[in-house]
Design a protein around this ligand. Structure first.
Ligand SMILES: Cc1cc2nc3c(=O)[nH]c(=O)nc-3n(C[C@H](O)[C@H](O)[C@H](O)COP(=O)(O)OP(=O)(O)OC[C@H]3O[C@@H](n4cnc5c(N)ncnc54)[C@H](O)[C@@H]3O)c2cc1C
Length: 250
């Protein structure tokens, strides 16, 4: 099992996986009642053929399961991946209930994503979404300080509301939610993971979810090197060469 830190306090952990490149090959070959035990050049050519021709069903016989700890703004974007994907929060409720569960029962201290002073980005110049260059450090320092004050104020009001006897599920209205970390399990087919990567490694995806997509790629690529090579846009896969330093075994 492996683990990669992302952002200031988040992470991605590979919990489990089913299959290898061979699972894709054998799922395709079952129609001829054939099975490979060792991956050969012929098998790799078959993976290339399947990906190129859009025969995607064999890629859905391999599965990956991750634990993710990310700010809510990232989680909301992730949640949009519904085909071949299941999202569960810690207690096993479906994602639709994740927000309720995490703060209704107050299972842990609220934790927030706080960009460092050199991590605040400008508005994009030629696009309505995304971001541009990093802002001047003095502006960044002011924004980081102001965000800390804002979070502190929200936390104090949240605690006061709890102290006044209100239920936790309403007290959480005082929490600055976009940057609040949430934890969940994501179980997805290899095809679905690659679909996520093709969209979220792109430059037009929000920088924070790009960082998580890089971690997902780093953890997945060693397990399915050929299939991922073929299913992911070539430029994106090459850009993200596995950085061993960022992977640590649990
Ligand atoms: C840069 C960027 C900006 C975005 N901005 C916004 C935004 O402003 N607002 C917003 O709401 N969302 C936004 N999204 C999210 C986006 O609209 C998708 O919901 C998200 O990327 C998940 O992709 P998907 O719908 O392909 O995934 P899934 O729903 O998991 O679908 C996977 C694939 O399955 C197939 N599929 C799914 N459903 C069907 C169906 N009914 N019939 C046939 N085939 C199907 C399609 O090929 C689809 O691509 C943005 C995404 C990106 C990458």
């Amino acid at each position: 099992m492996s683990f990669i830190n992302v952002l200031d306090k988040g992470y991605v952990r590979l919990v489990n996986h089913m299959g290898t490149d061979l699972a894709v090959v054998n799922a395709a070959r079952v129609s001829y009642a054939k099975e490979s035990t060792v991956l050969t050049d012929r098998d790799i050519r078959l993976i290339k053929f399947l990906a190129r021709e859009g025969h995607t069903s064999p890629f859905r016989h391999a599965m990956l399961q991750f634990e993710i700890y990310a700010p809510l703004m990232v989680a909301r974007q992730w949640w949009k991946y519904v085909i071949g994907s299941a999202h569960f929060e810690g207690t096993g409720d479906s994602l639709e209930a994740w927000n309720e569960s995490s703060r209704r029962y107050i299972t842990e201290e609220a934790t927030f994503y706080i960009p460092a002073t050199d991590e605040w980005r400008s508005k994009p110049e030629n696009s309505k979404q995304g971001s541009g260059e990093v802002l001047d450090d003095r502006i960044g320092a002011k924004l980081t300080a102001e965000l800390l004050v804002y979070i502190d104020s929200g936390m104090r009001k949240y605690e006061e509301a709890l102290d006044s006897g209100v239920c936790p599920e309403q007290a959480r209205l005082f929490l600055p939610a976009y940057g609040m970390y949430v934890r969940w399990y994501w179980t997805a087919s290899l095809q679905s993971v690659c679909h996520f990567l093709n969209q979220r490694l792109e430059q037009d995806a929000q920088k924070e979810i790009q960082d998580y997509a890089k971690a997902i790629l780093e953890l997945s690529k060693p397990l399915f090197p050929n299939a991922i090579d073929q299913l992911i846009d070539r430029d994106l896969a090459q850009e993200e060469d596995v950085n061993e330093d960022r992977i640590s075994s649990l």
